[in-house]
Design a protein around this ligand. Structure first.
Ligand SMILES: Cc1cc2nc3c(=O)[nH]c(=O)nc-3n(C[C@H](O)[C@H](O)[C@H](O)COP(=O)(O)O)c2cc1C
Length: 172
């Protein structure tokens, strides 16, 4: 797959086969894509938690109670510390959320390249996730995604429902 084929192919998948875990080497390559992602001033203010343990997945499931999410054999939690991120002097803007979003996108695309399904999830309960025992008290979670394979008969959407180029691109 070329890069352009990859970004067209990736889509949010909301059905997972609970009986089919992802191979360890694939998981490692996905996490490596996050580890080598760029960040402001190369601060790398992130921590990636790959949760495969059934007990911890159950705790995460309570933070985002959707059957498809709870069925996934792995959940990736992307967290970070504001104190480790770059802060722009002129206005105090902290880049943590930008840095984590880039790392997350790297991993989501890497997963697709490995044939592994994902769905970026932000609508979890941010208060509950603090008490899962997964992240440190000074860390903040910005993104989670299930990792797994859809069931055998699953049909992908295969279309991108997006605004037109005219609506979002301006050549100046
Ligand atoms: C920052 C972000 C947060 C998202 N949060 C959720 C979520 O909480 N639940 C969900 O089902 N999908 C979530 N999505 C998936 C979007 O709904 C999806 O990316 C969008 O509809 C485009 O569809 P596609 O990913 O299949 O191309 C999120 C996506 C992004 C980028």
């Amino acid at each position: 797959m070329t890069f352009h084929e990859l970004i067209r192919h990736r889509e949010s998948i909301r059905e997972y086969d609970p009986e089919r875990p992802v191979e360890k080497e694939k998981l490692q390559r996905i996490l490596e894509a996050g580890r080598i992602a760029p960040s402001a001033a190369n601060r790398q203010p992130w921590r990636f938690y790959l949760v495969s343990d059934a007990g911890y997945r159950k705790r995460l499931c309570r933070c985002y109670p959707r059957e498809w999410f709870c069925n996934a054999p792995h959940i990736l939690v992307v967290a970070g510390r504001y104190a480790e991120a770059y802060v722009r002097r002129s206005d105090g803007y902290n880049t943590l959320e930008t840095d984590l979003a880039i790392a997350m996108d790297h991993m989501i695309l890497a997963a697709d390249a490995e044939g592994v399904a994902t769905c970026w999830v932000i609508a979890f309960d941010p208060e509950m996730i603090k008490h899962t025992g997964i992240i440190e008290p000074d860390e903040k979670v910005f993104a989670i995604t299930p990792l797994g394979y859809p069931p055998k008969n699953f049909v992908r959407k295969g279309v991108k429902d997006r605004k037109s180029p005219e609506e979002v691109i301006k050549y100046i």
